[in-house]
Each structure stands twice: as C-alpha cells, then as structure tokens.
Write a protein that binds this ligand. Structure first.
Ligand code: ADE
Length: 230
C-alpha cells in the first residue's frame, strides 16, 4: 500500500512515523509519503490559502494550489487522477470512519489523503479533485493532519506485517470475527488485585471455554458500551 498525505505540516507526522506498527509497515514495503502544498504553490509569495468570497472568518485552501500539488506529484490532471486512485479529502462532513471503511481502504493499493486547514478547502477541490470525503467524527478539528494520522493508523495496522504475531487485528473490536461487536475484556497479572479477581475461566487453560466466554462477553457488551462522561 502506498499512502500520500498532502498537508501544509508534514513535520506534524514525525511522532506518528516512529510508531512501531508504522515502522513495521514500512519494513513490509508499505509506503507513507508527504507532499507539502506550499512546495508547489504557483503563487510567488508562497501563499496557499485566501479569505472566503462573500466574507466570513478563517482562510480557505486554494483550488489552484491543490491542483498544482496533485499535478506535481502524479503528473496528470487531478480531475482524471480521481478515477485512477482514491483521492480522499479529510473533512468533518465526509463519510464517518468506522471499521468497515478502514477495511475498504486497507484493500486499496494506494491512497491519496488531502488535509485541509483553517476553514477547509475551496469547494471546487471537493467537487472536482476528491473522489470522496472522509470524517473522523462529527466535530471540527483545526486541520486535517490529525484526521490523516487517524486514518493511516487504522489502515496500516490492518496490513499484513504491520502488527506482530502477538497483536492480531483479526479479532478486535468491531471486526467481523466478533460480528462487529466490541472486543471482550482483557486481563493480565496479577490475577487478584484489591480483591478484584480475574474471571476463573481465563485461568483455566481451557481454550474452547475461554473462546466461548469471550464471544459471550463481546455480545453482552453490545454497541455503545463504555459508559458516559462522569
Ligand atoms: N478536518 C477538520 N475536522 C475534521 C474531521 N472531523 N474529520 C476529518 N477531517 C477534518
């Protein structure tokens, strides 16, 4: 898988790049690259955004700047590009990311993620260059970088080789193996702490019973488990 992230802040990804599953994914020939819109702006002052027509707060990422950055990277008209590979604009109003969408993305050989900033993109970027829009939740972030990291994190850990043997992504929350349900509870040593005992079945060494218990726990938790704010 090859992922290109278009951003004004490639340096924001330095921490993310050092994460174990990201390093492992790179060792397995998956590639994560960054394109800085600013490196390709056709405007002499290095400008990438402008005030919105009609007035209003904030700045809007310019369509000509995004056009130039996509052309520089792929050597073709971005209007055609989106028919050849997913060009996904990160936007609070897009399709909300969930495990099913992560699986869909993980099956693609390549992805282009467009991060916006400030008030987001000139609408023509979304209309003519993006093949889809993706949101990591119905709230507004100051920019798409964190959203891009969330997408890359969730996608990369699904790829073969990104997780070690000991950390399978097959049977985790919302996976098909658990019928889309939340994951079962995990415990580790000590087996008892302040009188709180680990369920006996987990200490039994009886694999079939453990499996049955785990599936039952996942089902019993149901959607939306996890409690509310205090
Ligand atoms: N950019 C700003 N807010 C966002 C969100 N919630 N999801 C994706 N991209 C965004």
């Amino acid at each position: 898988m090859e992922i290109d992230v278009f951003t004004l802040f490639p340096e924001a990804f330095a921490w993310f790049e050092r994460q174990r599953h990201v390093v492992r994914a790179a060792e397995h020939d998956h590639r994560l690259a960054y394109v800085n819109y600013r490196d390709h702006t056709p405007l002499s002052a290095g400008q990438v955004d402008d005030t919105p027509f009609g007035g209003g707060a904030g700045m809007v990422l310019r369509v000509d700047v995004v056009d130039a950055a996509l052309r520089a990277r792929y050597g073709r008209d971005p209007v055609e590009l989106r028919t050849e590979r997913p060009v996904i604009a990160l936007s609070p109003g897009g399709r909300v990311l969930d495990d099913r969408l992560v699986d869909e993305l993980a099956r693609e050989p390549s992805l282009t993620l467009l991060s916006g900033r400030y008030e987001g993109f000139d609408e023509r970027v979304l209309e003519h260059f993006a093949s889809s829009q993706l949101s990591i939740g119905r709230y507004v972030l100051a920019g798409g970088e964190l959203a891009a990291m969330v997408v890359c994190d969730a996608v990369l850990r699904k790829l073969p080789g990104a997780l070690g043997h000991e950390e399978s992504a097959v049977e985790e929350s919302f996976s098909e193996a658990l019928d889309g349900g939340p994951e079962y509870p995990h415990y580790t040593r000590p087996a008892e702490f302040r009188g709180w005992r680990v369920p006996d079945v987990l200490l039994s060494g009886h694999h079939a019973r453990i499996r049955e218990w785990r599936l039952a726990q996942s089902r019993a938790r149901g959607p939306g488990a996890g409690g509310s704010l205090p």
